[in-house]
Design a protein around this ligand. Sequence first.
Ligand code: GUN
Ligand code: ZN
Length: 428
Amino acid sequence: MVELIFGQVLWFAADPMAEGASAARHERRGAVAIEEGRIADVGTADDLRARYPQATMTDMGDKLLSAGFIDTHVHYPQTAIIASWGKRLIDWLNTYTFPEEMRFADPAYAAAVASTYFDLALAHGTTSMCSYATIHPASVEAFFAEAQARGLRALAGRTCMDRDTAPEGLRDTAQAAYDESKALLEHWHGRDRLSYVITPRFSPTSTPDQLLALGSLWAEHPDCLMQTHLSEQVDEIAWVKSLYPQARDYLDTYETFGLLGENGVYGHAIHLEPREVARLREVGAGLAHCPTSNTFIGSGLFDAAGLAGAGLRVGLATDTGGGSNFSMLRTMAAAYEVAQLRGVALHPAQLWYLATTGAARLLRIEERVGNLAPGMEADLIALDLASTPVIAQRVARAEDFWESLFPTIMMGDDRAISAVWVAGQRQV
Ligand code: GUN
Ligand code: ZN
């Protein structure tokens, strides 16, 4: 049974970070054909109506159909502490984050927050995400069970910390990190639409032994992603230098222990040394850009245009609760603002790509989600490009499609998300 959804359609034929806005495709009167949870066709409304005369029809009018958003770095356990006031990274972790993460020892609490998190993500049009859990296996179970029940393509891992820089109650050992990560990986990786991600939190909260153990696990499962944090804040980098005096730089603390590779996803990556950029490029590693977090925690200005321009895969991320929003629209707006402060105006096509197709490339799921193309899984959203009075009055002046989209990027939120489909099933 084919379903045709009509609306404006936006998709990517190439990478606009490399080729500019011409890499994007927009169909003013378009349609997407869905069959058995996958996209069967994308084209003009007239062509698809003629090609699928028996299809059921859903007319979204003027709404914009796009691939669902993909959040490439989020901490679902921090949902309840979003927007906590007044701290920079290390204090923020100690004051707000670690006490909250301790609560995930209780599987019922983990399940409740996972449910809230996925409700919020879907309401904001985010259909895939790569999350950190906590040190507790139950926090990973809760995330995957909830994602599985909702049919989502989702990625996550147990956040490992064994150093006394992390509080009692949130510490494991090198061996426990290896064993429990491995058991979770073997259970969940590749099950339905789920993937396990090897997750050392960051080098300041792990001993060299733990980094080495997780490097070994990654070497045994090189198809898994590995996620961690890198060069987020200047104080943090000084801390890493004091804890790892032999290291050439922050990245070296991962490289030395087998935690640098093409399936590595490094969050933040703001204050990089030239050697770090060169090595990340050389190995084909990817970067998660978390702009609302970087301004909220006061971390710095990520060089999206420069790093993507150098050929690194970059995707956008909320980093909630360090990030201050669940919305990938607000995240695109912050990426625009951060780039402006570096003297670059990212094009709306580039911002949209970083939240969809580029994010999928970062997470190595671009063959499945992140774009509208035949064969892809049917995770898509319909956006109202006039969702509030202030956006509507600006769009009334728009002279082309990009000008009609940009106000929603800059000012839109969950009110702009009119519909969400996951594997072809309407959710919102
Ligand atoms: N660095 C290590 N852990 C975290 C975290 O939970 N959030 C952010 N923003 N940075 C981190
Ligand atoms: Zn993070």
